[in-house]
Design a protein around this ligand. Structure first.
Ligand code: TRP
Length: 500
């Protein structure tokens, strides 16, 4: 049976951009950019994306398209060695774990679509919004929404790669873009429009330090869904005559553009009302809804915003779930027969669903579901972001840059000579020499910055909340959730002498 493929060039790009444009672009990127030099950060971000992330993405595409299998099989086929399958398997596993907590957060956006249709959030204060959100997270509904979200994913994927994923992404990604554009335009009506735009776009080179560059790299890497089996799996569905180089450049450009538009949609309101600039769930579920209500067409703006979040989340989760579904349906056998795609999805619904429910329940304040002092939710985020993703990225570069035959790689990169060998050669060189070293540096830096949450009694600690961790995909681990979490379970940096 012929393997699945994306059917059209536009559909391929929509699906891949869908994986990349996720919650991170909307609730984290604009904030990080604003805090770290505005346009100066943007320029650094774009350069780093081109020099590091694009070559890694290309390497993953090459492995997938050459390997013609799920991530596990593609790593084996491309390297010719069984041992490389382990890398693929770890990436798939990490992807399923990320998916579990992605579903939780995506579920929240479904609740908020309904709430904004129902009563809107006009006139509510931040405190009221906090209480509403905390009550919601502490209740049972998040578990229900999480499972509904996962079920939607499974149903769409059951239609197949091109009829399910591609068809939905072809609709959702342009819709997401239009909503962002509309919200950015409507935001011009806010008095603080200039300040908001300046926060994001005014270059401030003084804010740029070595740490900024590492942060840009972390953000770009994770924003483009690298190191986690998603791009390798999607790479295996790209048609032979499509240029991998153009796909990766266009997707990267589109992802940056969407993130900037998200900032232009969000910050004018934040500055108009002089509320604290934040990121993550606090920003989207507490700060923004009442502010949006003040815009022309307030309630519709709010509804559109949560639909946007939902589209961003579901198109990203497709790529994760697909990595798992492809793996199970291509590798597992029951009674000598391959597991069908639908059964693979059923299996994933129950396993990932169980993990999601644990993640959702670990959010409830006072929950005892912890790993090494972290809530399960924070732990999975921290572990995958800091360990699996960079190592997965390095593995892809080493395999493509050093172990695969050079002409095989070039045939993929140039689609058998159809596209520029020069440009491909440049990216190959980057993947071979530059990326592994830089990502290794990022990895060491990320691991060193991990702080274990201490379970000491609150009064003994003088907590200084950590600045947003550069490497967290979802950015929920740092200072975002303190209202929900027991303070002892937050990731905190305790001032060196604070405990004494
Ligand atoms: N890119 C997604 C975002 O910006 C998050 C993400 C990271 C992701 N790695 C992934 C999504 C792998 C899907 C697959 O929010």
């Amino acid at each position: 049976m012929a393997r699945n493929q994306f059917a059209s060039k536009f559909g391929t790009m929509a699906a891949i951009a869908g994986s990349a444009v996720g919650l991170g672009n909307i609730w984290k990127f604009p904030y990080v950019a604003g805090q770290n030099g505005g346009a100066a950060f943007l320029i650094i971000y774009i350069v780093i994306s081109l020099l590091i992330s694009v070559p890694v993405m290309l390497s993953e595409f090459v492995i997938g398209r050459r390997g013609q299998g799920n991530t596990y099989r593609s790593f084996i086929n491309s390297s010719g060695k069984k041992a490389w399958g382990t890398v693929g398997a770890i990436e798939i596993f990490a992807g399923m774990v990320i998916l579990a907590f992605y579903c939780v957060v995506a579920g929240w956006s479904l609740e908020y679509i309904i709430q904004s249709i129902g009563h809107g959030f006009g006139g509510m204060t931040y405190e009221q919004m906090s209480v509403t959100f905390d009550d919601f997270v502490n209740g049972n509904r998040p578990v229900l929404w999480t499972l509904i979200f996962l079920a939607m994913n499974c149903v769409i994927l059951a239609f197949g790669v091109s009829k399910g994923i591609e068809r939905c992404s072809k609709f959702m990604i342009p819709a997401l873009f239009c909503i962002l554009l509309l919200l950015a335009i409507v935001s011009c009506w806010q008095d603080g429009w200039k300040e908001g735009a300046a926060f994001l776009l005014k270059p401030n080179w003084k804010a740029v330090t070595g740490q900024t560059i590492i942060m840009a790299l972390g953000q770009s890497f994770f924003s483009l869904s690298l190191g986690m089996s998603a791009m390798t799996t999607y790479g295996s569905y790209i048609q032979k005559d499509q240029s991998l180089v153009s796909v990766s450049m266009i997707v990267t450009g589109a992802t940056v553009l969407m993130a900037v538009l998200a900032g232009l949609a969000i910050f004018p309101s934040v500055f108009t009302y002089g509320v604290e600039v934040t990121s993550g769930p606090n920003l989207v579920f507490k700060t923004l809804p009442p502010l949006f209500a003040t815009l022309p067409g307030g309630r519709i703006v709010s509804v559109l915003f949560f639909i946007l979040l939902f589209f961003a989340a579901i198109t990203s989760s497709f790529s994760l779930l697909e990595a798992g579904a492809a793996y199970i349906s291509e590798e597992w056998k029951v009674a000598g027969k391959p597991v069908t795609r639908v059964w693979a999805l059923v299996i994933l619904f129950f396993t990932v669903g169980a993990l999601s429910v644990i993640c959702a329940m670990s959010q409830v304040s006072g929950s005892t579901l912890t790993i090494l002092g972290w809530s399960v939710f924070d732990f999975t985020d921290m572990f995958t972001s800091n360990f699996i993703l960079p190592l997965g990225g390095i593995a892809a570069c080493v395999l493509v840059g050093w172990l695969m035959e050079r002409n095989v790689v070039f045939n993929e990169l140039t689609s058998d000579g159809q596209f520029s060998a020069k440009v491909s050669g440049f990216f190959f060189w980057l993947a071979r020499y530059v990326c592994p070293i830089i990502i290794l540096f990022m990895f060491i830096n990320g691991v060193r910055s991990i702080e274990r949450p201490k379970a000491a009694p609150a009064e003994e600690i003088a907590p200084v909340v950590a600045p947003v961790q550069s490497t967290s995909v979802l950015d929920v681990a740092a200072d975002e959730m303190e209202v929900v979490f027991d303070p002892n379970r937050m990731i905190e940096v305790q001032g060196e002498n604070a405990a004494e």
